[in-house]
Design a binder for this molecule. Structure first.
Ligand code: R5P
Length: 293
């Protein structure tokens, strides 16, 4: 097996290489003056099982997706045997059904494009909804990084912290964190207006007074969900509020808005490389790939 160091996840791929101890394939990436991507694999892949590590997070998620399919196509043309894509953040996963008439199902179109490029199977991390997996026409697996995030808090002396989901749908995430933290678990209520995108949250019945609360979510995008949750938790008397997520998209001034709302620290993974990507996915990805060697 050889690992292709996708330009969007180079550091993560190097981390995986270190753990697994197999050979890496570097990638030359150029962007033409008109914005189109050019990629070239710098290594022999003939007859090899290839793993391409490439996240597709913003900014430029469309370019990252195209780089991924170009790398897969290049690998197959150079005689690679099997091509596995490791895509920690899977772009468009939230557009997984028709919410309003006249829409398309974006994630299904993306999946068709990936399959056509030569990708044989795919591993992703905490995909927004498991329903998305039914849109795949080739084998796909989503693995969870929640216990790695929870370990971060245990290592810093927060065993026993309360694990909170910002909405009912994310309760399974908070429960997974609670298995590691060993404290309480609960969720807020959140309703989103499909036309305006506005959300309304409530913390009714939640008892977090004097507690350290970690809000666990799969994605933090604009930070609006966490800002609202932090305000509710502060009003309920929480001692400290942390925000942890697998995919810290942190669009615009999201991080500042959360910190201003009283969040003590923001913790994400290197699914989305950036200043808050404090937990590496390399142990999780390596474990998955080791099983395939
Ligand atoms: C929603 O269902 C997701 O799990 C996140 O809560 C959401 O995507 C976060 O978005 P934002 O940071 O913009 O509130």
């Amino acid at each position: 097996m050889k690992i292709v160091l996708g330009p969007a996840s180079r550091e993560l791929a190097e981390g995986v290489l270190k753990v697994i101890g197999c050979q890496g394939v570097s990638v030359v990436l150029r962007v033409f003056p008109d914005g189109e991507s050019y990629v070239r694999l710098e290594g022999d892949v003939l007859g090899e099982d290839i793993v391409i590590v490439q996240t597709t997070c913003p900014p430029m998620q469309d370019s990252k997706l195209f780089q991924l399919v170009f790398m897969a196509d290049a690998a197959k043309r150079a005689g690679a045997n099997r091509v596995t894509a490791v895509v920690p953040y899977f772009a468009y996963a939230r557009q997984d059904k028709l919410f309003l008439s006249g829409e398309g199902i974006s994630v299904e179109t993306i999946v068709r494009m990936l399959g056509a490029s030569g990708i044989d199977d795919l591993i992703t991390v905490n995909i927004h909804s498991e329903q998305v997996l039914s849109r795949f026409s080739f084998p796909v697996k989503t693995v969870s990084a929640i216990s790695l995030l929870a370990d971060y808090f245990v290592d810093r002396g927060y065993r026993g912290a309360y694990a909170l989901a910002p909405d009912k749908g994310a309760t399974y995430i908070a429960k997974e964190a609670q298995q590691v933290l060993g404290g309480g678990v609960g969720h807020l209520s959140k309703v989103r207006d499909r036309y305006t995108g506005q959300t309304a949250q409530s913390g009714e019945g939640l008892d977090v007074e004097g507690q350290t609360v970690v809000i666990f979510d799969d994605i933090i995008s604009t930070g609006g969900t966490i800002v609202g949750a932090a305000k509710i938790l502060k009003d309920l008397g929480a001692k400290h509020v942390f925000a942890a997520c697998v995919h810290p998209l942190l669009i615009g001034d999201a991080a500042k808005r959360m910190l201003d709302a009283g969040v003590k620290e923001i913790i994400g993974t290197d699914s989305v490389p950036g200043p808050y990507s404090k937990v590496s996915l390399s142990p999780l990805i390596s474990e998955q790939l080791k099983g395939a060697i």
